[in-house]
Design a protein around this ligand. Sequence first.
Ligand SMILES: [Zn+2]
Length: 113
Amino acid sequence: MQRIIIPSFISLFTVLLAPILVPAVYITKRLKQSRITHEVSHRDCSNCGNHLGIDSATRAAEQFKNMVQEFKSKYPSMRINFGRPFAAICTHCDCHYDYDPVEKTIVPKPALA
Ligand SMILES: [Zn+2]
């Protein structure tokens, strides 16, 4: 009897919380992206002084997209969900930045090899 109750309770718990959790995750993700966009559009590069702007965030997104496509072409049967490694890449000097959720700002980060 107990074997039946526990999975049923977990399923019921998941079904009841899904309408709350799914929008909460979506909203949290959108808020983080909004903070990154705000930071990037109001910051200058710490390496060269060039204004980062939306172009640097777009460049980071394109690099991530290319990285995912390259990974999928190498390992087509593997399914991995990994996060975006950079929030911005300076369009002038290629300095990479990542979002620090504790400080709520972007910080320089070494480029991937
Ligand atoms: Zn720069």
